[in-house]
Design a protein around this ligand. Structure first.
Ligand SMILES: NC(=O)c1ccc[n+]([C@@H]2O[C@H](COP(=O)([O-])OP(=O)(O)OC[C@H]3O[C@@H](n4cnc5c(N)ncnc54)[C@H](OP(=O)(O)O)[C@@H]3O)[C@@H](O)[C@H]2O)c1
Length: 304
């Protein structure tokens, strides 16, 4: 088995797979990993997991090839070219991509895999770094039912839930729609936090009320300690969330729907990225709204 992409999410997920391989499971496999920046593989190397020098060599001989990278550009970069994953992908192999890339990109990758005689499954995940470390992610999967069933033990090494959404591409459709809900929650939380603070309420009061009442979704409750500490080190970066908001707009266009609130979310996240907040956690939208509020007070932004 091959696992390519050891970023914030990929590293804890691959670590769980490595632990599963050693757990005496009946599902027998050898694991090999690859990451563009090789030092990310050091922890796995300590566990005895070999690092392949190229995506091609990582995929070679593997029945299942998992990828988890930032976006479709990253996926194309590791998949194509003489040292790319596709060059090593065997005719009977299955390529499972877990990155959030949107439906049309998943269909593009499926065509590339099929041209090699291999199968493609889209399996983006719901849940952030904590659930990834604890094996509590949810997989949103697109592919033939029989193929998805075969993969279930491997998915369950990383997750507590597998949702089979339909044919190839539908895992991504579900992920993009679900992220749209998440984006509304982040925007609601961070903008109302700023309004509350500017109204004289304390951070502790606001965070307590937001996380203990009927609007305290797990995504919001999970951020409680970080928001109280104003810790915006990234669990999911604002730039990554802006990319997800763009995928939502792409899907809307694909299916002929226009949802202005999502367009506004994308616009505001893009403005925050332009202000240099892209590498911070998405909850750094609080900083963006904080600055907007200050500008309005000075009369520099027209009130609508
Ligand atoms: N973070 C979350 O909470 C979360 C939750 C659910 C889903 N997701 C999705 O999961 C995916 C990964 O997110 P993440 O937070 O783990 O991102 P991340 O920490 O930024 O890691 C990105 C990974 O992609 C690799 N990469 C980037 N550009 C590349 C290129 N041109 N060629 C090869 N590899 C490249 C990086 O390699 P280097 O190490 O060399 O930079 C790294 O392994 C994204 O699609 C994201 O939307 C994230």
């Amino acid at each position: 088995m091959a696992f390519l992409g050891l970023g914030t999410m990929g590293l804890p997920m691959a670590t769980r797979v490595a632990q599963f391989a050693r757990s005496g499971t009946r599902v027998k496999f050898e694991l090999s990993v690859w990451n563009r920046t090789s030092k990310r593989a050091a922890l796995l190397a300590k566990m005895g997991v070999p690092t392949a020098p190229t995506p091609r060599e990582c995929a070679q001989g593997a029945e299942f090839v998992f990828t988890m990278v930032s976006d479709v550009e990253a996926l194309r970069a590791l998949a194509t070219g003489p040292d790319g994953l596709l060059e090593g992908l065997g005719r009977r192999a299955t390529w499972i991509d877990m990155s959030t890339i949107g439906r049309s990109a998943a269909l593009e990758m499926a065509r590339l895999a099929e041209a090699q005689g291999a199968k493609f499954i889209d399996a983006p995940v719901s849940g952030s770094v904590g659930p990834a470390e604890r094996g509590e992610l949810a997989f949103l999967v697109g592919g033939a039912a029989r193929d998805v069933q075969r993969l279930e033990p491997l998915f369950m090494a990383m997750a507590k839930r597998v949702i089979h959404a339909g044919d190839v591409g539908q895992g991504q459709a579900l992920k993009v729609v679900l992220n749209g809900v998440g984006a509304h929650q982040v925007i609601a939380f961070t903008s109302m936090l700023v309004l509350g603070l500017k109204s004289g309420l304390t951070r502790a009061t606001l965070v307590d009320a937001f996380t203990s009442g009927p609007f305290g979704s797990p995504a919001i409750v999970g951020k409680k300690a970080k928001v109280l500490a104003k810790d915006y080190s990234p669990e999911i970066s604002l730039e990554m969330s802006r990319k997800d908001a763009q995928l939502n707009l792409d899907l809307q266009q694909e299916v002929g729907v226009d949802l202005p609130a999502q367009r506004e979310i994308h616009k505001e996240m893009s403005a925050a990225v332009a202000q240099g907040l892209g590498a911070d956690d998405v909850f750094a939208m609080e900083r963006y709204y904080g600055k907007q509020g200050a500008l309005e007070k000075k009369g520099k932004v027209a009130k609508t």
